[in-house]
Ligand binder design. Structure first.
Ligand code: KG4
Ligand code: ZN
Length: 339
Protein backbone atom coordinates (compact mmCIF):
# COMPACT_ATOMS: atom_id res chain seq x y z
CA UNK A 1 0.00 0.00 0.00
CA UNK A 2 1.38 3.41 -1.01
CA UNK A 3 0.49 6.36 1.23
CA UNK A 4 1.12 9.98 0.30
CA UNK A 5 1.54 12.03 3.50
CA UNK A 6 1.22 15.81 3.79
CA UNK A 7 2.37 17.86 6.79
CA UNK A 8 1.97 21.64 7.17
CA UNK A 9 1.21 22.16 10.87
CA UNK A 10 3.89 24.82 11.39
CA UNK A 11 6.68 26.08 9.15
CA UNK A 12 7.69 23.03 7.09
CA UNK A 13 5.93 22.10 3.85
CA UNK A 14 6.49 18.35 3.83
CA UNK A 15 5.31 15.55 1.56
CA UNK A 16 6.38 11.89 1.66
CA UNK A 17 5.44 8.65 0.02
CA UNK A 18 5.73 5.48 2.11
CA UNK A 19 5.12 1.85 1.23
CA UNK A 20 3.52 -0.31 3.91
CA UNK A 21 3.44 -4.11 3.88
CA UNK A 22 2.28 -6.11 6.89
CA UNK A 23 4.17 -4.60 9.87
CA UNK A 24 6.84 -2.81 7.87
CA UNK A 25 6.68 0.68 6.42
CA UNK A 26 9.49 2.11 4.30
CA UNK A 27 10.07 5.61 3.03
CA UNK A 28 9.95 5.87 -0.75
CA UNK A 29 10.37 9.65 -0.94
CA UNK A 30 10.73 12.32 1.74
CA UNK A 31 10.61 16.02 0.82
CA UNK A 32 10.75 18.97 3.23
CA UNK A 33 10.70 22.57 2.11
CA UNK A 34 11.96 24.33 5.22
CA UNK A 35 11.16 27.94 6.05
CA UNK A 36 13.62 28.18 8.96
CA UNK A 37 15.86 30.84 7.29
CA UNK A 38 12.76 33.00 6.64
CA UNK A 39 11.47 32.84 10.21
CA UNK A 40 14.93 33.22 11.79
CA UNK A 41 14.78 36.93 10.90
CA UNK A 42 11.79 37.29 13.24
CA UNK A 43 13.16 35.04 16.02
CA UNK A 44 10.24 32.61 15.64
CA UNK A 45 7.48 31.42 13.31
CA UNK A 46 5.19 34.14 11.90
CA UNK A 47 1.92 32.29 11.10
CA UNK A 48 0.83 34.48 8.18
CA UNK A 49 4.26 34.22 6.53
CA UNK A 50 4.30 30.42 7.07
CA UNK A 51 0.87 30.03 5.44
CA UNK A 52 1.88 32.07 2.40
CA UNK A 53 4.95 29.89 1.90
CA UNK A 54 2.86 26.71 2.19
CA UNK A 55 0.57 27.96 -0.59
CA UNK A 56 3.51 28.55 -2.92
CA UNK A 57 5.40 25.36 -2.01
CA UNK A 58 2.65 22.77 -1.73
CA UNK A 59 2.13 21.57 -5.30
CA UNK A 60 5.84 21.64 -6.26
CA UNK A 61 6.60 19.56 -3.14
CA UNK A 62 3.84 17.02 -3.98
CA UNK A 63 5.21 16.85 -7.53
CA UNK A 64 8.77 16.30 -6.30
CA UNK A 65 7.70 13.59 -3.81
CA UNK A 66 5.98 11.64 -6.62
CA UNK A 67 8.88 12.22 -9.02
CA UNK A 68 11.48 10.94 -6.55
CA UNK A 69 9.25 7.97 -5.74
CA UNK A 70 8.98 7.25 -9.50
CA UNK A 71 5.22 6.96 -9.03
CA UNK A 72 2.15 8.69 -10.41
CA UNK A 73 -1.09 9.65 -8.68
CA UNK A 74 -2.53 6.39 -10.01
CA UNK A 75 -0.20 4.34 -7.73
CA UNK A 76 -1.22 6.09 -4.50
CA UNK A 77 -3.73 4.13 -2.36
CA UNK A 78 -4.40 6.62 0.45
CA UNK A 79 -3.71 10.31 1.06
CA UNK A 80 -2.92 11.30 4.67
CA UNK A 81 -2.73 14.83 6.03
CA UNK A 82 -2.01 16.46 9.39
CA UNK A 83 -5.37 17.77 10.58
CA UNK A 84 -4.11 19.21 13.91
CA UNK A 85 -2.85 20.37 16.33
CA UNK A 86 -0.86 23.30 14.97
CA UNK A 87 -1.18 26.77 13.48
CA UNK A 88 -4.62 26.98 11.92
CA UNK A 89 -3.50 29.04 8.93
CA UNK A 90 -0.74 26.51 8.17
CA UNK A 91 -2.89 23.43 8.76
CA UNK A 92 -5.59 24.70 6.41
CA UNK A 93 -3.23 24.83 3.44
CA UNK A 94 -2.27 21.17 3.91
CA UNK A 95 -5.83 20.02 4.56
CA UNK A 96 -7.35 21.92 1.63
CA UNK A 97 -4.61 20.68 -0.71
CA UNK A 98 -5.11 17.09 0.47
CA UNK A 99 -8.88 17.40 -0.03
CA UNK A 100 -8.40 18.75 -3.55
CA UNK A 101 -6.01 15.89 -4.43
CA UNK A 102 -8.30 13.26 -2.91
CA UNK A 103 -11.23 14.66 -4.91
CA UNK A 104 -9.32 14.94 -8.18
CA UNK A 105 -7.59 11.55 -7.87
CA UNK A 106 -10.59 9.69 -6.31
CA UNK A 107 -8.56 8.58 -3.28
CA UNK A 108 -9.52 7.99 0.36
CA UNK A 109 -8.25 10.66 2.74
CA UNK A 110 -7.13 10.20 6.36
CA UNK A 111 -6.73 13.11 8.81
CA UNK A 112 -3.85 12.42 11.18
CA UNK A 113 -2.99 13.91 14.56
CA UNK A 114 0.44 15.57 14.42
CA UNK A 115 1.49 14.17 17.83
CA UNK A 116 0.46 10.67 16.79
CA UNK A 117 2.76 11.16 13.80
CA UNK A 118 5.66 12.09 16.10
CA UNK A 119 5.09 8.94 18.17
CA UNK A 120 4.87 6.72 15.08
CA UNK A 121 8.18 8.07 13.72
CA UNK A 122 9.64 5.49 16.13
CA UNK A 123 8.40 2.65 13.93
CA UNK A 124 10.92 3.75 11.27
CA UNK A 125 13.69 2.62 13.62
CA UNK A 126 12.33 -0.91 12.88
CA UNK A 127 12.63 -2.25 16.43
CA UNK A 128 10.12 -4.86 17.58
CA UNK A 129 8.02 -2.39 19.60
CA UNK A 130 5.93 -4.26 22.18
CA UNK A 131 2.94 -2.91 24.08
CA UNK A 132 2.31 -1.49 26.63
CA UNK A 133 4.25 1.53 25.45
CA UNK A 134 5.13 4.68 27.40
CA UNK A 135 5.98 7.59 25.11
CA UNK A 136 7.68 10.84 26.06
CA UNK A 137 6.54 13.42 23.51
CA UNK A 138 8.65 16.58 23.57
CA UNK A 139 8.17 19.19 20.85
CA UNK A 140 7.84 22.94 20.41
CA UNK A 141 4.21 22.91 21.57
CA UNK A 142 3.88 19.74 23.66
CA UNK A 143 5.50 17.90 26.55
CA UNK A 144 3.53 14.79 27.44
CA UNK A 145 3.92 11.33 28.86
CA UNK A 146 1.49 9.02 27.10
CA UNK A 147 0.53 5.44 27.88
CA UNK A 148 -0.35 3.26 24.85
CA UNK A 149 -1.76 -0.14 25.77
CA UNK A 150 -2.16 -0.94 22.04
CA UNK A 151 -1.96 0.67 18.59
CA UNK A 152 -4.07 3.83 18.37
CA UNK A 153 -5.07 4.00 22.08
CA UNK A 154 -3.63 6.89 24.07
CA UNK A 155 -3.92 7.74 27.78
CA UNK A 156 -2.41 10.83 29.28
CA UNK A 157 0.01 10.20 32.16
CA UNK A 158 1.21 13.79 32.54
CA UNK A 159 1.85 17.00 30.64
CA UNK A 160 3.49 20.38 31.04
CA UNK A 161 1.59 22.96 33.04
CA UNK A 162 3.18 25.88 31.17
CA UNK A 163 5.92 25.90 28.53
CA UNK A 164 6.74 22.88 26.40
CA UNK A 165 10.34 21.58 26.54
CA UNK A 166 11.10 22.76 22.99
CA UNK A 167 9.52 26.13 23.74
CA UNK A 168 11.85 26.46 26.77
CA UNK A 169 14.86 25.71 24.54
CA UNK A 170 13.68 28.32 22.02
CA UNK A 171 12.93 31.01 24.65
CA UNK A 172 16.21 30.50 26.50
CA UNK A 173 18.05 30.68 23.18
CA UNK A 174 16.33 33.98 22.44
CA UNK A 175 17.33 35.49 25.77
CA UNK A 176 20.93 34.36 25.19
CA UNK A 177 20.92 35.86 21.68
CA UNK A 178 21.15 32.42 20.00
CA UNK A 179 19.35 32.02 16.63
CA UNK A 180 15.99 30.29 16.08
CA UNK A 181 15.30 27.39 16.45
CA UNK A 182 17.06 27.28 19.80
CA UNK A 183 17.19 23.54 20.47
CA UNK A 184 19.89 22.43 18.01
CA UNK A 185 22.04 25.52 18.69
CA UNK A 186 21.83 25.08 22.47
CA UNK A 187 22.83 21.42 22.09
CA UNK A 188 25.83 22.41 19.95
CA UNK A 189 27.04 25.04 22.43
CA UNK A 190 26.35 22.73 25.40
CA UNK A 191 28.66 20.11 23.87
CA UNK A 192 31.62 22.35 24.77
CA UNK A 193 30.25 23.46 28.14
CA UNK A 194 30.31 22.44 31.81
CA UNK A 195 26.81 21.35 32.90
CA UNK A 196 27.69 21.62 36.61
CA UNK A 197 28.80 25.26 36.55
CA UNK A 198 25.36 26.76 37.23
CA UNK A 199 22.98 25.24 39.73
CA UNK A 200 19.57 25.61 38.07
CA UNK A 201 16.20 24.39 39.41
CA UNK A 202 14.72 21.03 38.34
CA UNK A 203 11.01 22.04 38.44
CA UNK A 204 8.57 19.40 39.72
CA UNK A 205 11.31 16.75 39.84
CA UNK A 206 10.00 15.23 43.06
CA UNK A 207 6.26 15.77 42.72
CA UNK A 208 4.25 12.53 42.81
CA UNK A 209 2.44 13.24 39.54
CA UNK A 210 3.88 13.13 36.04
CA UNK A 211 3.40 16.78 35.14
CA UNK A 212 6.17 19.11 34.04
CA UNK A 213 6.85 22.84 34.29
CA UNK A 214 9.56 24.72 32.42
CA UNK A 215 8.54 28.37 32.81
CA UNK A 216 10.37 28.71 36.16
CA UNK A 217 13.58 27.31 34.70
CA UNK A 218 13.41 29.83 31.87
CA UNK A 219 12.93 32.65 34.42
CA UNK A 220 15.84 31.35 36.52
CA UNK A 221 18.02 31.57 33.40
CA UNK A 222 16.82 35.12 32.78
CA UNK A 223 17.68 36.25 36.34
CA UNK A 224 21.03 34.48 36.24
CA UNK A 225 22.02 36.20 32.99
CA UNK A 226 20.79 39.60 34.21
CA UNK A 227 22.54 39.31 37.59
CA UNK A 228 25.86 37.82 36.55
CA UNK A 229 26.34 38.78 32.96
CA UNK A 230 24.75 42.17 32.28
CA UNK A 231 28.24 43.73 32.16
CA UNK A 232 30.35 40.86 30.86
CA UNK A 233 30.08 38.35 28.04
CA UNK A 234 27.96 35.36 29.13
CA UNK A 235 29.74 31.97 29.00
CA UNK A 236 27.27 30.51 26.50
CA UNK A 237 28.57 26.91 26.47
CA UNK A 238 28.33 26.57 30.30
CA UNK A 239 24.94 28.31 30.44
CA UNK A 240 23.56 26.09 27.65
CA UNK A 241 24.99 22.90 29.18
CA UNK A 242 23.57 23.71 32.64
CA UNK A 243 20.15 24.55 31.20
CA UNK A 244 20.02 21.51 28.93
CA UNK A 245 20.97 19.19 31.80
CA UNK A 246 18.23 20.63 34.04
CA UNK A 247 15.61 19.88 31.35
CA UNK A 248 17.01 16.39 30.70
CA UNK A 249 17.10 15.50 34.42
CA UNK A 250 13.37 16.18 34.82
CA UNK A 251 12.36 14.45 31.57
CA UNK A 252 14.44 11.35 32.30
CA UNK A 253 13.40 11.05 35.95
CA UNK A 254 9.65 11.21 35.23
CA UNK A 255 9.82 8.95 32.17
CA UNK A 256 11.69 6.25 34.09
CA UNK A 257 9.13 6.41 36.91
CA UNK A 258 6.24 6.20 34.42
CA UNK A 259 7.86 3.23 32.65
CA UNK A 260 8.04 1.47 35.99
CA UNK A 261 4.51 2.26 37.11
CA UNK A 262 2.90 1.41 33.76
CA UNK A 263 5.06 -1.70 33.33
CA UNK A 264 6.13 -0.54 29.90
CA UNK A 265 7.69 -3.10 27.58
CA UNK A 266 8.77 -0.29 25.25
CA UNK A 267 9.58 3.37 25.86
CA UNK A 268 9.52 5.74 22.89
CA UNK A 269 10.97 9.22 22.63
CA UNK A 270 9.16 11.53 20.19
CA UNK A 271 8.95 15.13 18.93
CA UNK A 272 11.54 17.70 17.86
CA UNK A 273 13.40 17.62 21.20
CA UNK A 274 13.94 13.87 20.64
CA UNK A 275 16.73 15.03 18.31
CA UNK A 276 18.69 16.10 21.40
CA UNK A 277 21.61 13.69 21.59
CA UNK A 278 22.29 13.88 25.36
CA UNK A 279 18.56 13.33 26.04
CA UNK A 280 18.55 10.29 23.73
CA UNK A 281 21.56 8.68 25.40
CA UNK A 282 20.75 9.60 29.01
CA UNK A 283 17.16 8.34 28.75
CA UNK A 284 18.39 5.10 27.19
CA UNK A 285 20.98 4.60 29.92
CA UNK A 286 18.52 5.32 32.76
CA UNK A 287 15.93 2.90 31.35
CA UNK A 288 18.55 0.21 30.86
CA UNK A 289 19.54 0.62 34.51
CA UNK A 290 15.88 0.29 35.56
CA UNK A 291 15.26 -2.85 33.53
CA UNK A 292 17.45 -4.13 30.73
CA UNK A 293 14.44 -5.88 29.17
CA UNK A 294 12.63 -2.61 28.34
CA UNK A 295 12.99 -1.76 24.67
CA UNK A 296 13.98 1.88 24.34
CA UNK A 297 13.80 3.58 20.99
CA UNK A 298 13.95 6.98 19.36
CA UNK A 299 13.26 7.97 15.76
CA UNK A 300 16.08 8.34 13.21
CA UNK A 301 17.41 11.90 13.65
CA UNK A 302 15.89 13.35 10.47
CA UNK A 303 12.44 12.06 11.52
CA UNK A 304 12.40 13.74 14.97
CA UNK A 305 11.40 17.21 13.75
CA UNK A 306 8.34 17.85 11.58
CA UNK A 307 8.11 15.72 8.44
CA UNK A 308 5.46 13.93 6.37
CA UNK A 309 6.87 10.39 6.60
CA UNK A 310 5.75 10.20 10.24
CA UNK A 311 2.23 11.28 9.19
CA UNK A 312 2.11 8.61 6.47
CA UNK A 313 3.46 6.04 8.97
CA UNK A 314 0.69 6.81 11.50
CA UNK A 315 -1.84 6.71 8.64
CA UNK A 316 -0.67 3.23 7.63
CA UNK A 317 -1.79 1.76 10.98
CA UNK A 318 -5.21 3.38 10.59
CA UNK A 319 -5.49 2.26 6.95
CA UNK A 320 -4.51 -1.28 7.98
CA UNK A 321 -7.61 -1.32 10.20
CA UNK A 322 -9.63 -0.41 7.08
CA UNK A 323 -10.28 3.12 8.32
CA UNK A 324 -10.99 5.42 5.40
CA UNK A 325 -12.02 9.08 5.34
CA UNK A 326 -13.31 11.37 2.66
CA UNK A 327 -12.54 14.85 1.37
CA UNK A 328 -16.21 15.75 1.93
CA UNK A 329 -16.09 16.08 5.71
CA UNK A 330 -12.53 16.95 6.64
CA UNK A 331 -11.54 20.21 8.35
CA UNK A 332 -8.34 21.34 10.09
CA UNK A 333 -8.56 21.36 13.88
CA UNK A 334 -5.76 23.45 15.47
CA UNK A 335 -6.73 22.30 19.00
CA UNK A 336 -7.05 18.57 18.33
CA UNK A 337 -5.38 16.91 21.30
CA UNK A 338 -4.44 13.24 21.06
CA UNK A 339 -5.47 12.74 24.69
O1 KG4 B 1 8.32 18.60 16.64
P1 KG4 B 1 8.88 19.88 16.16
O2 KG4 B 1 9.71 19.87 14.90
O3 KG4 B 1 7.75 20.93 15.95
C1 KG4 B 1 6.62 20.95 16.79
O4 KG4 B 1 5.73 20.10 16.59
O5 KG4 B 1 6.64 21.78 17.70
O6 KG4 B 1 9.74 20.45 17.36
C2 KG4 B 1 10.42 21.65 17.26
C3 KG4 B 1 11.13 21.89 18.58
C4 KG4 B 1 11.75 23.27 18.65
O7 KG4 B 1 11.36 23.86 19.87
C5 KG4 B 1 13.24 22.99 18.60
O8 KG4 B 1 14.02 23.93 19.31
C6 KG4 B 1 13.32 21.63 19.26
O9 KG4 B 1 12.20 20.94 18.77
N1 KG4 B 1 14.54 20.89 18.90
C7 KG4 B 1 15.50 20.57 19.78
C8 KG4 B 1 16.55 19.95 19.04
N2 KG4 B 1 16.16 19.92 17.72
C9 KG4 B 1 14.94 20.51 17.67
N3 KG4 B 1 15.58 20.75 21.11
C10 KG4 B 1 16.70 20.32 21.74
N4 KG4 B 1 17.74 19.74 21.09
C11 KG4 B 1 17.71 19.53 19.76
N5 KG4 B 1 18.73 18.94 19.14
ZN1 ZN C 1 6.02 18.61 15.51
Amino acid sequence: MYILGIETSCDETAVSVVRGQRNTVDIVSHIISSQIPTHRKYGGVVPEVAARHHVVNMIPVVHEALRQAKLTAHDIDVIAVTRGPGLVTSLRIGVQSAKALAYAWHKPLLGINHMEGHIYANWFAHPPIQFPVVSLVVSGGHTELIHMPRHGTYRLIGRTRDDAAGEAFDKVAKLLGIPYPGGPHIQQLADKGDATRFDLPRPMLHTKNYDFSFAGLKTAMLYLVRKEFSQKKPPLPDLCASFQQAVIDVLVHKTVRAAQEYQARSVLLAGGVAANEPLRTQLGAALHKLNAKILYTNPPLKLCTDNASMIAMAAYWHAKKKERGSWKTMEADPNWELV
